[in-house]
Design a binder for this molecule. Sequence first.
Ligand code: FRU
Length: 475
Amino acid sequence: MSELTLLHKLARSLMTGQLRAAADPHRPHWHLAPPVGLLNDPVGFVEADDGYHLFYQWNPLACAHGAKFWGHWSSTDLVHWQHEPVALLPSEAYERNGCYSGSAVLHQGRVHLIYTGNVKYDDGSRTAYQCLARQIDDGTFEKLGPVIDLPDGYTGHVRDPKVWRQGDHWYLVLGAQDAQLKGQVLCYRGDDLQHWQLLGELTGSGHNGLGEFGYMWECPDLFELDGSDVLICCPQGLSPQGDRYQNLFQSGYFVGQMDYASGRLTHGEFTELDLGFEFYAPQTTLTRDGRRLIVGWMGLPDDNEASQPTRDYGWQHQMTCPRELRLVAGRLYQQPARELTALRGPGTRWQGPAEAAPLLDGRSAELFLQPQGHWQLTLGESAWLAYVNHTLTLCRRNWRTGEWESRHWHGELMDLRLLLDASSIELFINGGEVVMSSRYFPGEAVPLGWTGSAELRLEYWPLSPCMLEWATPMS
Ligand code: FRU
């Protein structure tokens, strides 16, 4: 479809849908969500001369996956965001079924996007091109076309390029499925952003002692952190093992050492990034002050998507908050980006037995808890949290079946940070050693109700909206 036709459809979709989407009581106050339509992966996350840019996989035409666009937000403080012109529309033959996920780098003073052109054929087969685009003076993006074709020995599932600079070269990792239907990560090296040489498989099923490890790995991201190399990736096809791999698809990491000459990563075991219900396809970036930030999609491509209540309002899914990463004793810790404290309203401090805790409003808030003993916290009627017998349980009502379902973490709880928004919960356990992210769909009021014998030390802040154009005070 031509770019002009796609723009006409996009404009109509926004004109007819934006007010309805904004009226949804489940619409986030301070998380990023699409104005209309369906959002999935965060892409092209980068800090440029004029501030942060975060792009997103976006189907503005329907609450369904399909031919994705790249939506675009910018921010000077990582907290307050504004809409930018849509960056990529799937108008060319080499991307006709979607401008799929990818990354952004700064080159010659301009933001460059490297993304996957997704092409599906009538017989059900598909191919993929890795494509380049560069920002021009008016802020829009000029497409430079495919720079990597489908490599031999892989199916059409080769996508999600993440590019970085190391020494005198560019490097790129790609999610891939090999001809034996095993998930892999490919590594390329380039002298410039247009010419790439395939070095080989960075890691994947059958490498580093992994054996069978899924039929496809999506959204790889490789970076150096605190003296090690970390690979984040999303393997599809792992079976649940006890409390591990509870969600349909996984998002996790390996810690190891990269050999840049061969393009191979030697690494240890796979650890999930998040133990909640919804976290997928995250992307990191390095800030100018040297921090590694991560943002994830607070969603999962699975059958529950089709019954999410926000679809009645014509929009679907949101991002997680931006988080800072650290590597401590081989484990990734995640903490809300320090800038987020700018969203806090006047705070409340309280200490005493859990059952006497004050009634607080959980619609858009941050809580920091240092509890001793057993406690339970209800978040309206649709979710609760409890810490009993060294187990933290996050329980929510499944919006498709109406049944309660839970996720667990076992360990000694020292502190807990809760970030609450209209339809999401992010839990940071023990300084970010473990994180749980989940959507939930409460009624309009979310009273926080405490029970239990624990002695609580609690801090609470209401949080203000994050979209510059839509900033309206909460009633
Ligand atoms: C991950 C993913 C990517 C793909 C994109 C399409 O959620 O499937 O692999 O590029 O979404 O929107």
